[in-house]
Design a protein around this ligand. Structure first.
Ligand code: NAD
Ligand code: TYD
Length: 340
């Protein structure tokens, strides 16, 4: 099965490309990525010299290019990770989210349909379901109720995927996963941002009271679920993915402080994210029971390994943080930190 993976130079996509090459030694993986601020070829360094991994720098909104790649490489299936992925950036500017996540997904669907691609897997998120109170978990049947520009754009993309299934008979599947952590995550997201700040003894900016809850999963467990759904998921279905590992942000931050040998004086409660979703929790019974998926990583060990990875790879983070990231950090945090 020849695959076209989009966003394969990002955090989760690069982990998936590695998995796909391990699982299918004879199949080609065409990795399409525009290399935005979040795309990084260093994430794929261990695949250098692999003749079955073909990296193509291209934008998913370029429908003609997508069609050419699908035809030239006789692609059987698309695994679609490419996206603008950060909620805080979607609050600063929503337009890129509409462009890539909605228009980009639509262009890719059209190209897939024209090329007769056998299966289209849309990588989506639990955030499409909105925010939970203290009890319960999202199920596949929970009505979507997105509340941030990011989740609105992912929901719209999911709707287009379902529309192509129902209208054009395309074989589509959707995975919706909870918050990922692990190596190579861009340091705008909670866990790598806090790890890198703690290494340097910089303040850790916790939004609001820090009692917001996320359901954490190791990136490799997510990728294994995606691959199972690709192989064995039922057409037209949605599969929730999560590792039943809910933590308030303060717990995660305190654990990172312990793992990095820092004390709690670094914590700063800064002005909250607007529209901040209070709690996410996933019911992943369907993917577990129907497809036999199980997460392999325990959170405490996984987080300790992640801290160790960032410690062992300072050059990776330094290169990111020497560029446009500085401006982003300033815009996002300077006035918040000044307010504390
Ligand atoms: P990321 O930001 O690390 O990577 C996104 C990748 O997409 C980058 O390599 C970027 O260059 C590429 N890209 C962006 N716009 C593009 C375009 N127009 N054309 C081609 N490539 C483009 O994101 P991530 O955290 O790895 O997330 C990957 C996917 O998983 C996204 O669809 C996201 O919504 C979904 N997801 C993420 C999480 C999470 O916790 N990070 C959880 C559930 C679902
Ligand atoms: P994030 O990693 O941005 O993922 P998402 O918003 O998609 O869940 O944030 C995870 C949680 O951490 C969320 O409740 C917001 C919070 N957070 C902070 O408190 N401070 C920060 O600097 C960041 C980036 C996130």
């Amino acid at each position: 099965m020849n695959l076209l993976v989009t966003g394969g130079a990002g955090f989760i996509g690069s982990s998936y490309v590695r998995l796909a090459r391990r699982q299918r030694p004879d199949a080609l993986v065409v990795n399409v990525d525009a290399l935005t601020y979040a795309g990084n070829l260093e994430n794929l360094r261990d695949l250098e010299g692999d003749s079955k991994h073909l990296f193509v720098r291209a934008d998913i909104r370029d429908g003609a290019k997508m069609l050419e790649l699908l035809r030239t490489h006789a692609i059987d299936a698309i695994v679609h990770f490419a996206a603008e992925s950060h909620v805080d950036r979607s609050i600063l500017s929503a337009e890129p989210f509409l462009d890539t996540n909605v228009v980009g997904t639509l262009r890719l669907l059209e190209a897939a349909r024209a090329a007769g691609v056998r299966r289209f897997l849309q990588v989506s998120t639990d955030e499409v379901y909105g925010s939970l109170g203290p009890e319960g978990a999202f199920e596949e049947t929970t009505p979507v109720s997105p509340r941030s520009p990011y989740s609105a754009s992912k929901t719209a993309a999911d709707h287009f995927v379902m529309a192509f299934h129902h209208t054009h008979g395309m074989d589509t599947v959707i995975t919706r996963c909870s918050n990922n952590y692990g190596p190579f995550q861009f340091p705008e997201k909670l866990i790598p941002l806090m790890i890198l700040n703690a290494f340097e003894g910089k303040p850790l900016p916790v939004y609001g009271d820090g009692l917001y809850v996320r359901d954490w999963i190791h990136v490799e467990d997510h990728c294994e679920a995606v691959d199972l759904v690709l192989e064995r998921g039922t057409t037209g279905e949605v599969y929730n993915v999560g590792a039943e590992n809910e933590r308030p942000n303060m717990d995660v931050v305190r654990t990172i402080l312990r793992l990095t040998g820092r004390d709690e004086s670094l914590i700063r409660h800064v002005p909250d994210r607007p529209g901040h979703d209070r709690r996410y929790a996933m019911n992943a019974r369907k993917v577990r029971e129907q497809l036999g998926w199980r997460p392999r990583h325990n959170f405490d060990q996984g987080l300790a390994d992640t801290v160790a990875w960032y410690r062992a790879n300072p050059a990776w983070a330094d290169r990111i943080r020497s560029g446009a990231y500085r401006d982003y950090y300033e815009t996002q945090y300077a006035s918040r930190l000044a307010a504390t």
